[in-house]
Structures are given as structure tokens and as C-alpha cells.
Write a protein that binds this ligand. Sequence first.
Ligand code: FAD
Ligand code: 2HG
Ligand code: ZN
Length: 480
Amino acid sequence: KRDSRFGELTKEHIDFFKQTLVDDNAIIDGVTKDASNDLEPFNRDWMKKFRGRTKVVLKPKNVDEVSKILKYCNDNMLAVVPQGGNSGLVGGSVPVFDEVVINLTRMNKIRSFDEVSGILVVDAGVIMENADNFLKEHGHVYPLDLGAKGSAQVGGNVAANAGGLRFLRYGSLHGNVLGIEAVLPDGTIMDDLSKLRKNNTGYDLKQLFIGAEGTIGIITGVSIVCPQQSKAVNVAYFGLESYEKVQQAFKEAKRQLGEVLSAFELMDAESQKFVHKKTEKKRPLEGDYPFYCLIETSGSNGEHDNEKLEKFLEHVMGEEIVADGVVAQDDTQIADLWAWREGITEAIGHVGGTYKYDLSIPLKDLYQLVEDTRARLESKGLIGDDKPARGVVGFGHMGDGNIHLNIPVPKYVKEVEEALEPWVYEWIQKKNGSISAEHGLGVAKKNFIQYSRNETMVKLMKQIKQLYDPKGIMMPYKYV
Ligand code: FAD
Ligand code: 2HG
Ligand code: ZN
């Protein structure tokens, strides 16, 4: 139900926004005229699962504009949703009712880069692929990579504390983000855009914004440390006969590839079928296997890395840990192999909708959940070509103990949802896992936080929210 404490937008509000954001295309105004078509992409999430009905999208150009409009919203009790590239997968980036959308797209400047330290300072709205391309021109890479890099923004990455495909090597944004500039709901600008690797002067407040999903303020600038681009990158794609062998392969990869290992990703047979159906590309391996892994190495010495990788391959094939494998010979083949992993979400999306669960589970049980889910939906007669669910797919960041359980459906239906929730979350709780490894809670998981956090933790979160956003204008109806 819409919270009646929040004001409804009027012409007067629009006049203020127009005075404050002077550029022509800075406002999509659905209050004084009909703008439903223009507003639609900002109201609808990537999965087409959540849909709001905002009447206004504001696109500020700098931190002062963000500050003025947030203060105004706070003074006038207008609810707010910050929005980046709108690629989030938990419905956080779109309004639930008529919240004001503050979209960061136009804050897209690279502020500075230091080639010696590798520290990049950007506006929050810089698209991650643009950041990565800029960094590559300077011999560096963005420490994060994910399938939505063409639309997701640096600010969105930080707000969601995204993990992605380079996490195994470069770690969490909690370590890589050195500073944040943010605007609090009352308009206060929090300038903590530090460029220091170490800074132990009191509480590290910027950490609260990493993963806060827009609930305590709007991130406008980010300082982030970026690694050198590796001269030698190799990618291999394997087929394996069992999850037991996948675990052995991971152990061997860590043991033998150690410091050059930069990704270890898991894809099950169903995930690869969906990609194949969508792309119709020739599959990397001839045979069919229940599991596939993608391994990437990144190092500074090509000869040394190749030698290591070859030895590793010889070993895992000789010991029959890996049934078959292929190694990319050039950059095109590297991209082609990665597409079998990165393309899964999009390929599955073509079915229509997807029930998505993004979970951390102790490695030994990581795939068991997918099998249990398959058995459960099968026993209820819910999976099949003419059934409500078209499959049960498991893939993810094996190296980080993070699996993505996806159930593609032509239409979102209660029957499937009720079979999955809260059952999946109960399963996770029993294993002491996390119901959100890297996508956040948004609106999708707001009722399930207690499966991964105890009462004391939830209470402390509420206190923090109260402190930063006493009027509760940021992201109402979402997780806190
Ligand atoms: P949005 O979707 O716009 O917003 C995400 C959340 O952050 C929302 O709650 C929003 O309110 C808030 N927010 C956005 N910008 C700001 C800001 N400036 N200040 C405050 N709050 C803000 N995620 C992963 O972790 N790993 C993956 O591998 C991965 N792969 C993906 C692949 C595909 C194909 C897709 C569609 C998504 C994937 N995601 C992944 C999820 C998503 O792309 C990431 O979470 C991404 O970081 C979101 O960035 P965004 O700019 O699109 O943010
Ligand atoms: C990935 O790892 C993303 O590809 C998306 O986090 C996962 O679609 C998903 O469930
Ligand atoms: Zn992921």
C-alpha cells in the first residue's frame, strides 16, 4: 500500500525541479503532461518483474543539483529512488509506487586518474564499460566485470556492492573503493572522496554506502583503486562428469595456478543449453557433460602462464578430473568462451521471466540446492516444455562460493513462486548461507532478510537507517 505520509507530485514541485535542473533533457515530467512512454524504461526493471509508476525522472548533472533536489524532496516529504543503469536484479532500482526517480546517467565524467597509484575518481553515473575502456588506454582495468557492464554504472556497482567475474582475483568493493562522495537525504554533501589506501581515523563511514542499495543517500562520486591490465590472459573451458570433480578441479586450479588464477566460474548443462538455444553458436566441446567450468588466468609473463596452464591441463585431464577441455588461442576466442558464461542471464531472460536466487553456500553443498530444487519442482509437476517452469538452472562464481539459481518461466505465476519461497530461503538458513551474495535485497527479498541476519543485526540496520534518513524518504517499501 502506498504510504500516505508521502506527498503527491504537483505542478509546483515540477516548477522547482525545472528551476534547479536547467538543462532541457534533465527532467521527464509526467505530472503536467502525459509522458507514460518516456517514463516506462525508468519504471520497469531488467527482469520485467517489478514495475513502478513514477511520474517524474530527474537527471542531475552534478553533486550540487543532487543536493538541492534531495533537500527539497526531504522538506516536502517526497519519496525517492536513486537509479543507475537500472540493471539490478532485485527490483531495487525502480519505484514501487510514485517515488521520484533520481537517475545518475548524466553524471558521467571521469574526474581523475593516477597511473602510478592506479586510483580512479569518477562521477557515480559513469558506465562501468566506459570506465574499463578508459582504464585500458592507461594500462589498467576496472576491478569489477559483469554481464551488464554496458549499462551498469560505477555508482550502481557500489550501491549494490556488486561482485561479478573478477571478484576471485581483485576482491570486494569494500576493499577497492577508497572514497565516496554522497548526498544525504537532507541535502548534506558527505565528501569522503579519499584517495588513500589506508585511513584509520575513526569509523569508516563510506563502507555503509557500499551495499546500502540507495537506502541512506545518493552516491555521486567514487574513488576506486584499479589493478594493472595483465599482459597475458588465458581462458580455458572444461566439461566435467560430476560436482565432485568440479571441486577437485577448483582445488587443483588454486594449487597449480595460484597467483595467476583470475576466475573460476561454474555452469551446469542446462545453462549452456539456454545459451546455445539463444545464440545457435557452435558449442565449445563436442560431448555433453553435466558441468562446465571456465577458468581464466591473468599474469604478466605469457610464457610462464602458458606453461603453468598446460601443466595444469595435463594433470587434470590425466587424472580424469576434467573430461574434456579447450583453451582459447586469441582474444576473439577468449571473448567467445566468456560468452558461454556471461550470456546465461540474457539467454534465460528470453523465456519471459526468471525466478532468481543469488546465494552463498559452503562449497561442498553449492550445487545440491539446484538438484533439490529440480526434484521439488518435478515432484510438483511444475517443470517441462508445457509447464509453468521451463527448467532449473545453476551457474555462478564457484571461486567465491556464490551460485545463481534461476527458474525461467514464460509468465510469473503464484504456483511456482509458492513452491520456491520461502523453501529456498529455509534451505539456505539451514546451511548458514546467505540469501543475497551479490545482488542485494531490494524489494524482491525484503521479507526474507531474517533468514540471513539475526534480530540484533536487523535492529542495528534500522537504527542506522533512522540516523541517516530520519524521515524515511529514501527507498521506502524496500528492505529497511
Ligand atoms: P541500478 O540497477 O540502477 O541500481 C541498483 C541499486 O543501487 C538500486 O537499489 C538503486 O536504488 C541503487 N543505486 C543505483 N545508483 C545509485 C547511486 N548513485 N547512489 C545510491 N544508490 C544507487 N551483479 C553482480 O553482483 N554480479 C554479476 O555478475 C552481475 N551480472 C549481471 C548480469 C546481467 C546481465 C544483469 C542484467 C545484471 C547483473 N548484475 C550482477 C546485477 C547488476 O548489474 C549490478 O548489481 C550492477 O552493479 C547494478 O548497477 P546499476 O547502475 O545498473 O544499478
Ligand atoms: C551473473 O553472475 C550475474 O551472471 C547474474 O550475477 C546472475 O542472472 C543471474 O541470476
Ligand atoms: Zn553473479
